[in-house]
Design a protein around this ligand. Structure first.
Ligand code: UDP
Length: 330
């Protein structure tokens, strides 16, 4: 039996988490339907002993592998990706979460559900602590993701209350770093890719809206600590970098990192785009002894290197060999 199952294993966050777990000698089974994840992301662990991969659509799968710990990360996560397929987004965060919780109940396992700062919506409280209930438009274009994750949290708590299942919830704020998909439309990947192509950087709205960006290795460390914490650890738990920055400033930092002149192209602000977002991470500091250590100025050059490599590899070749070798293990 695999020690640890990771859903969404081929995604940006999932694959970075898998790398980390495998490097700590955990036996890991990765699950992904490859709708937004990419097998290339698993290249570094593909042949490692202790790692297997199953191509699985959680909303349809009848059985999931038994494990002692489940990290449930599967979901489209960038606004363009989840808005392209809102129904699948809702299903993976409802039926998919249900399947994971059922598998964990049968195996008497521990579950970590990846939730999101989006549960706070266009927050009226700042910074956002776990006690804030949010300000979410239930029928807006972001609702498939926001409400999907809110449902996941509610279902997780229902399993805690009904079965005493050990469920932990991480509310993950904006995260960036190597393996971001150059085409997924997030602000950092967009700015870097635009800069590398010599195009102006697209600012939505006036660029005064804020976000707080956490480098992926910091985030992965937080997830592992949350999973390893005693059962009594408070949940949900915000995980993110409390250094808040305006989007226009992000554009300046990307231009500086790329050593290009700052050229901006202002576009309309998308519907329901939150104006201010910053995590209160007191709970994580206190109960996990966790806080991010990588500043945006340090994380950006590493992210640029990875996105540059991704662009020069285009058109992306599918690693067929990887698919063939590991499919048989599913
Ligand atoms: N944004 C932008 N230009 C882009 C992409 C995004 O100005 O090319 C803005 C977007 O409107 C939002 C912020 O940057 O205010 C963060 O967007 P992202 O899609 O990365 O994630 P979100 O935090 O909105 O889920």
């Amino acid at each position: 039996m695999a020690k640890t199952a990771v859903t969404g294993a081929a995604g940006f966050l999932g694959s970075n988490l898998v790398d980390f777990l495998v490097s700590r000698r955990e036996t890991v089974v990765g699950l992904d339907n490859l709708s937004t994840g990419r097998l290339e992301n698993l290249r570094s662990v593909w042949h490692r002993r202790g790692f297997t991969f199953q191509r699985t659509d959680l909303a349809r799968a009848s059985t999931l592998p038994r494990a002692e710990k489940y990290y449930h990360l599967a979901s489209p996560a960038s606004p363009p990706a989840y808005q392209r397929d809102p129904i699948s987004t809702l299903l993976v965060n409802s039926t998919g979460t249900h399947r994971v919780l059922e598998a964990a109940r049968r195996a008497d396992a521990r579950v970590l559900i990846a939730s999101t700062s989006e549960v706070y919506g266009d927050a009226t409280v700042h910074p956002q602590s776990e006690r804030y209930w949010g300000n979410v438009n239930p029928i807006g274009i972001r609702s498939c993701y926001d409400e999907g994750k809110r449902f996941s949290e509610a279902l997780g708590f229902a399993y805690r209350r009904s079965y005493g299942l050990d469920v932990r919830i991480a509310r993950i704020f904006n995260t960036y770093g190597p393996r971001m998909d150059p085409a997924d439309g997030r602000v950092i990947s967009n700015f870097v890719v635009q800069g590398l192509r010599g195009e102006p950087l697209t600012i939505y709205g006036d660029g005064t809206q804020t976000r707080s960006f956490c480098y992926v290795s910091d985030l992965v460390g937080g997830l592992r600590r949350l999973m390893a914490a005693p059962k009594e650890v408070p949940t949900p738990m915000n995980l993110g970098n409390p250094a808040e920055v305006a989007i226009r400033r992000v554009a300046e930092l990307v231009a500086q990192t790329l050593r290009i002149p700052l050229r901006l192209d202002y576009r309309p602000l998308p519907e329901d785009d939150p104006k201010q977002r910053c995590p209160d991470i007191e709970r994580a500091r206190q109960h996990l002894g966790w806080a991010p250590t990588v500043r945006l100025e340090a994380g950006l050059p590493r992210t640029v290197a990875s996105l540059r490599a991704g662009l020069s590899a285009e058109p992306r070749t599918r690693p067929r060999r990887l698919t063939r070798l590991k499919r048989s293990e599913s």
